[in-house]
Design a protein around this ligand. Structure first.
Ligand code: BES
Ligand code: ZN
Length: 867
C-alpha cells in the first residue's frame, strides 16, 4: 500500500470529490454460521479527477482483489492498486494507479461480514418457533451503521437509489424497503430481487430475513400496508395496522404530498435497541412498540403503539423524503416526528387528550435543558461516535416543544401551509434548520429566523420572573439553570397571558431582557397560556397565592395547572423556591382529577420523597402520609377493575395511582395487590389482575420481598419465564429493583445480565429503590467491563450510567463516580456522564436547602394530619 492515507484521517465528513448515485447490492446471509457475503456495485459520480475513492466501511473484510472501477463511458476497468481500511475513522480508502476522470463509473467491491449480536448494522435476532430457538437476520443502520453491512457513502446527504438482491433459505420471508419483483428458487436457496428504490439515504436502507406472518390492509389510494409478526401472533398486529393506514392517509393530506413508495411494511423484531426505526417502506419495531394484545396489554401500551407508529410514519416524509443535511440537524427529523405523532394521535383518538399529555414531552425537554451540560439543538458533530448521544430529550422533546411553540405563535393553518411548501421544496433532497425557517418566514411573513435561532443555536431556555410593582407587571428573563449558575443568554420569547379568565388573553414577543405591562387587576394572572412556550415562569408571592387560589376554585385549565405545578417544582429543585412553597401548592391539588396533572404530581412525589429521605429522613413518614392522602381518594374512585365504558385516561390513571401507592407503602394497596397476585398466579386468566394494574401489583409484591422471604420474587420470575409477551416481561423487569432489600436488589441486577433477559430489556430494570442505590453503584463498578462490552457499542450503555448515578445527592459521591470513570471514558458516554454528575450536584444543593428550610417540619406535620 502506497501511503498511510493521512490526509483522509480524522475528518468528520467524507471528502467531496466523488458521490454515489446508485447502489446495486447483493447479500447472502448465513443464519446458522451468522456470517454474510456481499457484493456491491456503486455508480459513482467523480466530480474532480482523483486517484482515490474514500467511503465508509467497518467490521467488514473487503476482498482487495475484487475492487475495481469501471468507467461508464468506455467500459474500461481500472483495478484498485491499494485498498486500506482505516478502523478509527471507519473509512475505506481505495487507491488507483491512475487518476479517475470526471464522470460516472461503477465501483465494485466484494466483502464478508458477521451477523453480530450488537443490534446494529446487519445483525442477528433470536426468536422461538414451536419451542425451538431460531436466528433471524435484520438491520439497524441509523445513525451510521450501514457501513457495517456494505461499503457506502454513509452520510445522510449522500442520497442514492438502491437495488437490493438477497440470497436466502427458500422457506423464509425476505423483506426490504421496496416490493419484490422476482424470486428464483434453486434448491434450498432462493434469490429475491427487489424493485429499485427512489433516492434515499443509507441510514434508511433495511433488510429482514426470517419466518413471519402478516396482516394486510390498504390506504384509500391503494398503498399496501402490512404488519409482520411472529408466526401465530397476527391478531396482535391489527391495532398497529389500523393506526398505520389512518395515519398515512392523514399525513398525505397534512403534508399535501403522497406517500412515495408502493408499499409500507412494519415488522416486530425481538431484539431491538431503539423503540422503532423508520426505514423507508420497512419500519422495524421492538415487539412491545408494535404488538397490542387486547387481553394483556395495558392502555399505556395501546397509546405507546399508536404514538410510535405515528412517529415512524411521520418520518416517511420528515426524514425520509426530506432528509437532514447532517446530524447537526437531527432534531428536524426527531423533533418533527415527535410533534406530528401527537397531531395524528389527537386526530385518531381525541378522547386521549393527547395535547395535554404532550406536556410530559415538554417537561422532559426542560429538565434536560436545565443542565449546564445540555447542548444546543443544533449541535456540532465531529465523529460518528458522537451521534448516538444526541438522540436525546433535546432533539426529541425540546425539538417537538419548540415546534409547538412556533405553531401556536404562527397559527395552525399558516404553519401547515408552510410545512407543505417545505416538504415539496426539499423532497428527495436534504435540508438544514435554516431552510425550514426560511420557508416558514416566507409563508407567514413573521420573523421566524430571528425568533427561532435564539432557541436552536444556544442551549437552555429562560425563566420569566413576573412581579407587580407600581401598578405594573414587571417581566424579566434570565437563563434558567437547575444548578443556579448564571449566564447572560437571552431569547426572543413569545409571551402569552390570561387575566382572571381565558377570554382576557394577551400576547407579545419579549425581545429584551425585561419589559413591563399595564395589566394589573385583582384577579389571577397566568403566563404561558396552555403551556405552549418552552420556558418557565416565576411569580412573585402575591401572584403565586392568587394562582393557588384559582387552582383550588377550578378556574385554570389542566394544562395551566400542570404548568404552575411543574414550574414550581423546577424552581424548587434549583433552589429558587422552597420545598415548603412547593408542598403548599401541591396541597391545593386535592381535588385534582386530570390524568396528566395527577401523573405529574405522582412523578413529583417520587422525587420529593427521595430527596427528603436524603435530607431530612425524620420527615419521610409524615410526607408519605400526606402523599398517600392525596392519591388515595382518586385511586379509591377508580378501584382495581375497569368500569364498563370507562375512559382510556381512567385506565392510565388507575395504573399510575396504584403504583405510587404501592411504592409509598400504602397497606391497603399492598394487601389488595398481593391478594390479586395470588389469584393470578393460580390462574393466569384470572380477571382479578387486569393489565393496567399489573405494574402496580408487581411493584407491591416486590415491596414485601426480603432476602429471607423471597416467595414473591420467585413467583414473579415464574410469570416472567412463562409469558411470551414482551410487554409483560418488560413490566416485570421494571418492577423488580423497586424492592427495598439491597440484597434482593443485587440479585435482580445480576439477573438483568443473565441470558434470561434480552440485552434490549435490561435497561428497564435499573430503577432501583433508594435503599438499593449504593448496592447498584457497587454493582455497576464491579460489572463495568462486562456491561461496557455488551452494551458499549450502542446508546443503551448511557442508561446504566444515568439511572444509577443521577439519583445520588452528595458531592463526595459525585467525586467517587468521577474518579471511577476517569480511566474509563469513551466518547459515547462522555455527555451522559457529565449530565449525570451535574444532577448529583443539583441534588446535593437541594438537600442542603431542605435542611435549612425551617418551616418544613411544621408544614409536613400539618399536611400529614389533614385529611
Ligand atoms: N430514528 C429513530 C430510531 C433511532 C433512535 C435510531 C436512536 C438510532 C438511534 C426513531 O424514529 C425513533 O425516534 N424511535 C423512538 C420512538 C419514538 C416514538 C420516540 C425510539 O426508538 O424510542
Ligand atoms: Zn424518530
Amino acid at each position: 500500500m502506497a501511503s498511510s492515507y493521512s490526509e483522509f484521517k480524522g475528518q468528520p465528513r467524507l471528502p467531496k470529490f466523488a458521490s454515489p448515485k446508485r447502489y446495486d447490492i447483493r447479500l447472502k446471509p448465513d443464519l446458522v454460521a451468522c456470517i454474510f457475503d456481499g457484493v456491491v456495485a456503486i455508480d459513482v459520480d467523480v466530480v474532480s479527477p482523483t486517484k482515490y475513492l474514500v467511503l465508509n466501511a467497518a467490521d467488514l473484510s473487503v476482498d482487495s482483489s475484487s475492487v475495481f472501477f469501471k468507467l461508464k463511458s468506455t467500459s474500461l476497468e481500472i483495478r484498485a492498486s491499494g485498498v486500506g481500511l482505516i478502523e478509527a475513522d471507519e473509512i475505506l480508502v481505495v487507491e488507483f494507479g491512475q487518476e479517475l476522470p470526471v464522470g460516472i463509473g461503477i465501483l465494485n467491491i466484494s466483502f464478508q461480514g458477521t451477523l453480530n449480536d450488537q443490534m446494529k448494522g446487519f445483525y442477528r435476532s433470536v426468536y422461538e418457533i414451536n419451542g425451538e430457538k431460531k436466528n433471524m437476520a435484520t438491520t439497524q443502520f441509523e445513525p451510521a451503521d450501514a457501513r457495517r453491512c456494505f461499503p457506502c457513502w454513509d452520510e445522510p446527504a449522500a442520497k442514492a437509489t438502491f437495488k437490493i438482491t438477497l440470497d436466502v433459505p427458500s422457506d423464509l420471508v425476505a423483506l426490504s424497503n421496496m416490493p419484490v419483483i422476482e424470486e428464483k428458487k434453486e434448491g434450498d436457496i432462493k434469490t429475491v430481487y427487489f424493485q429499485e428504490s427512489p433516492i434515499m439515504s443509507t441510514y434508511l436502507v433495511a433488510v429482514v430475513v426470517g419466518l413471519f406472518d402478516f396482516v394486510e390492509s390498504h390506504t384509500s389510494d391503494g398503498i399496501k400496508v402490512r404488519c409482520y409478526c411472529q408466526v401465530g401472533k397476527t391478531e396482535q398486529g391489527k391495532f398497529a395496522l389500523e393506526v398505520a393506514v389512518k395515519t398515512l392517509e392523514l399525513y398525505e393530506k397534512y403534508f399535501d404530498v403522497p406517500y412515495a413508495l408502493p408499499k409500507l411494511d412494519m415488522i416486530a423484531i425481538p431484539d431491538f435497541a431503539a423503540g422503532a426505526m423508520e426505514n423507508y417502506g420497512l419500519v422495524t419495531y421492538r415487539e412491545s412498540a408494535l404488538l397490542y394484545d387486547e387481553k394483556n396489554s395495558a392502555a399505556a401500551y395501546k397509546q405507546r403503539v399508536a404514538i410510535v407508529v405515528a412517529h415512524e410514519l411521520a418520518h416517511q416524509w420528515f426524514g425520509n423524503l426530506v432528509t437532514m443535511e447532517w446530524w447537526t440537524h437531527l432534531w428536524l427529523n426527531e423533533g418533527f416526528a415527535t410533534w406530528v405523532s401527537y397531531l395524528a394521535a389527537d386526530a385518531l383518538f381525541p378522547e386521549w387528550k393527547i395535547w395535554t399529555q404532550f406536556l410530559d414531552q415538554t417537561t422532559d425537554g426542560l429538565r434536560l435543558d436545565g443542565l449546564s451540560e445540555s447542548h444546543p439543538i443544533e449541535v456540532e458533530i465531529n465523529h460518528a461516535s458522537e451521534i448516538d448521544e444526541i438522540f436525546d430529550a433535546i432533539s426529541y422533546r425540546k425539538g417537538a416543544s419548540l415546534i409547538r411553540m412556533l405553531q401556536s405563535y404562527l397559527g395552525a393553518d399558516p404553519f401547515q401551509r408552510a410545512l407543505a411548501c417545505y416538504i415539496k421544496k426539499y423532497a428527495c433532497s436534504n435540508a438544514k434548520t435554516e431552510d425550514l425557517w426560511a420557508v416558514l418566514e416566507e409563508v407567514s411573513g413573521e420573523p421566524v429566523k430571528e425568533l427561532m435561532n435564539s432557541w436552536t443555536q444556544q442551549k437552555g431556555y429562560p425563566v420569566i420572573s413576573v412581579s407587580v410593582r407600581d401598578e405594573k407587571l414587571e417581566l424579566e428573563q434570565a437563563h434558567f439553570l437547575l444548578s443556579g449558575s448564571p449566564s447572560d443568554s437571552q431569547w426572543i420569547v413569545p409571551i402569552t397571558l390570561c387575566c382572571g379568565s381565558y377570554d382576557n388573553h394577551h400576547s407579545f414577543l419579549l425581545k429584551e431582557k425585561s419589559g413591563s405591562l399595564d395589566i394589573v387587576g385583582s384577579s389571577w394572572i397566568k403566563f404561558n397560556v396552555d403551556q405552549t412556550g418552552f420556558y418557565r415562569v416565576k411569580y412573585d408571592n402575591i401572584l403565586e397565592a392568587k394562582l393557588r387560589d384559582a387552582i383550588e376554585r377550578g378556574q385554570l385549565s389542566a394544562t395551566d395547572r400542570f404548568g404552575v405545578l411543574d414550574d414550581t417544582f423546577a424552581l424548587c429543585t434549583s433552589g429558587q423556591q422552597s420545598l415548603t412553597s412547593l408542598l403548599t401548592l401541591v396541597a391545593s391539588f386535592r381535588e385534582e382529577t386530570d390524568y396528566t396533572v395527577l401523573s405529574n404530581l405522582i412523578n413529583i412525589s417520587y422525587k420529593v420523597m427521595r430527596i427528603v429521605a436524603d435530607a431530612t429522613p425524620e420527615l419521610v413518614d409524615g410526607l408519605k402520609k400526606f402523599f398517600i392522602s392525596l392519591f388515595e381518594h382518586p385511586a379509591g374512585k377508580l378501584g382495581w377493575e375497569p368500569k364498563p365504558g370507562e375512559s382510556h385516561l381512567d385506565a392510565l390513571l388507575r395504573g399510575e395511582l396504584l403504583t405510587v401507592l404501592a411504592e409509598l407503602g400504602h397497606e391497603g394497596t399492598l394487601n389488595e395487590a398481593i391478594r390479586r397476585f395470588e389469584a393470578f398466579c393460580a390462574d393466569r386468566n384470572s380477571p382479578l389482575l387486569p393489565p393496567d394494574t399489573r405494574k402496580a401489583t408487581y411493584t407491591a409484591v416486590m415491596q414485601k420481598v426480603t432476602a429471607s422471604n423471597r416467595s414473591g420474587y420467585e413467583a414473579l420470575l415464574k410469570v416472567y419465564r412463562e409469558c411470551d409477551l414482551s410487554q409483560e416481561k418488560g413490566r416485570i423487569i421494571g418492577s423488580l429493583a423497586s424492592c427495598p432489600d439491597p440484597e434482593v436488589v443485587l440479585e435482580v441486577l445480576n439477573f438483568l445480565l443473565s441470558s434470561e433477559v434480552r440485552s434490549q430489556d435490561a435497561i428497564f430494570g435499573l430503577s432501583v429503590s433508594s435503599q438499593g442505590r449504593e448496592t447498584a453503584w457497587k454493582w455497576l463498578q464491579d460489572k463495568w467491563d462486562y456491561i461496557s462490552k455488551t452494551w458499549g457499542s450502542g446508546y443503551l450503555i448511557t442508561r446504566f450510567i444515568s439511572a444509577i448515578v443521577s439519583p445520588f445527592s452528595s458531592i463526595e459521591k459525585a467525586k467517587e463516580v468521577e474518579e471511577f470513570f476517569a480511566s474509563r471514558m469513551k466518547p459515547t458516554i462522555a455527555r451522559t456522564l457529565k449530565q449525570s454528575l451535574e444532577r448529583v450536584q443539583i441534588n446535593a444543593r437541594w438537600v442542603q436547602a431542605i435542611q435549612k428550610d425551617n418551616q418544613l417540619a411544621t408544614l409536613v406535620q400539618n399536611l400529614s394530619q389533614r385529611n
